[in-house]
Design a binder for this molecule. Structure first.
Ligand code: PXL
Length: 276
């Protein structure tokens, strides 16, 4: 069985980061090891959330794993907290990486043109250090614009996406994949660039014109899982995007339509079916 380490916060209520990565990766048949960076009462889109930073636990926990000889097929990072924590995570990746380890970085820090409440521009730029050591990074357009310094646009031609991907590759990532990319009216999806072969790859599907919190983490978790399972990138992108869309469609059927996260639990069997 493949084994992945995922490093992100636990938002106890709110369906994002570890509370989606763990169930989804487990459902995909991957042993999922978690390294929680902080415990929050809710994600940061709620008001008055509490935070207990766990940065000082990362080094002792991972030192113990090293002493136990524990290894990982992949390391997947998501929402982190501080610049120091990014340095610690880079060190952890260096410690556990070998020539087969897939390093998958989701620089979760911003969306819809704005940084998340806990972050400033300095933190945003620091994420470039993490992307520099990634095999795959999956920023949305807002995050990519903070990482590269290129302007954030809401509507754009394909060349804008290609330039953004090249700028992300110039940071050091082997295969940047931009998410939330719309290449025609009514469509959305992702576009990637393999900086070694210089190939672009793309997946677009119909867009349900609503936005829910936590869907970026669902996409990243499933995409990371699909790569770990060895699926080719076109299939991996399709499964991650189609499943994310399914979670949104499912939530639309719920009369309460929770704003804080999608009803992904109800469609986990479909994810398992897609992998058969
Ligand atoms: O979904 C990304 C995310 C993860 N973790 C926390 C968040 C957010 C987005 O707001 O607040 C704590």
């Amino acid at each position: 069985m493949k084994r992945i380490l995922t490093i992100q916060d636990i938002s106890c209520f709110g369906k994002c980061s570890l509370t989606v990565a763990l169930p989804l990766l487990s459902a995909m048949g991957i042993e999922t090891v978690i390294l929680p960076t902080a415990v929050l009462s809710t994600h940061t889109m709620f008001k008055n959330f509490t935070v207990k930073d766990l940065s000082d636990q990362l080094e002792p926990i991972t030192r113990h794993w090293k002493e136990e000889g524990i290894t990982f097929d992949a390391i997947y990072t998501g929402y982190l907290g501080t610049e120091e924590e990014i340095d610690t995570v880079i060190e952890i990746i260096r410690t556990f990486r070998n020539d087969k380890t897939l390093v998958f970085i989701d620089p979760a820090m911003a969306d819809n043109g704005k940084l998340y409440p806990a972050f400033d521009e300095h933190y945003a730029r620091k994420n470039a250090d993490l992307c520099a050591i990634a095999d795959i990074t999956v920023p949305n357009i807002t995050e990519a614009s903070y990482l590269t310094g290129l302007p954030y646009l809401e509507t754009y031609p394909e060349d804008y996406v290609k330039n953004m991907l090249q700028a992300l590759a110039a940071l050091g990532t082997r295969t940047p994949i931009l998410t939330g990319v719309s290449l025609s009216e009514g469509k959305t999806g992702a576009m990637g660039f393999d900086s070694e072969t210089k190939e672009y790859f793309v997946y677009q599907h119909d867009r349900i014109p609503v936005s829910y919190h936590g869907t970026g983490d669902i996409f990243s978790s499933v995409l990371a899982g699909a790569f770990v399972l060895g699926l080719d990138r076109t299939k991996a992108l399709k499964i991650a995007a189609d499943f994310t869309e399914m979670t949104i469609a499912q939530t639309q059927k719920n009369p309460d339509k929770p704003w804080y996260g999608v009803d992904f639990e109800a469609v986990i069997p479909d994810l398992v079916d897609m992998l058969r």
